[in-house]
Ligand binder design. Structure first.
Ligand code: SF4
Ligand code: SF4
Length: 130
């Protein structure tokens, strides 16, 4: 990962069309573990816009302060974090037919290295970093 969408989300759909890797699901998507509540970022897909833009595009487009916040990097070091989040239904990590659950130890993702882990752990508002 990743960035994550919080309860501040007003389901306006400004973010999803901006994502270069189609990592954002609407509140009406049955694959969204928060279906009926808010939009959702798939952590196994989000690349923090590395290679696509200088800032996460979803956060730049979002009109709601505190709706798109930092989450942990989708790397093997954070495998347990995402595994526990999946079990708690905070995330709904994709199940691959042969590879199984696409946790970071199976496939990690790009992330913006300059964002301190403390900022990620605090789930700080993404746009406050730019
Ligand atoms: S940070 Fe970029 S890749 Fe990740 S969900 Fe937002 S727009 Fe998509
Ligand atoms: S742009 Fe922000 S408020 Fe709108 S759906 Fe996305 S996260 Fe929610």
């Amino acid at each position: 990962m990743a960035v994550m969408i919080t309860e501040e989300c007003i389901n306006c759909d400004a973010c999803a069309p901006e994502c270069p890797v189609a990592a954002i699901l609407g509140d009406d998507n049955e694959k969204n573990p928060h279906e009926g509540e808010r939009f959702y970022v798939k952590p196994e897909s989000c690349v923090e816009c590395v290679g696509h833009a200088d800032v996460p595009r979803c956060a730049a487009a979002c009109p709601t302060e505190g709706s798109i916040v930092w989450d942990m990097p989708y790397t093997a070091d954070c495998n347990e974090y995402f595994k526990e989040g999946h079990e708690a239904k905070t995330y709904a990590i994709r199940e691959h037919k042969s590879k199984g659950l696409m946790l970071p130890e199976v496939k990690s993702q790009e992330f913006i290295g300059s964002i301190p882990l403390s900022v990620r752990e605090a789930h700080a508002n993404v746009m406050d970093s730019f």
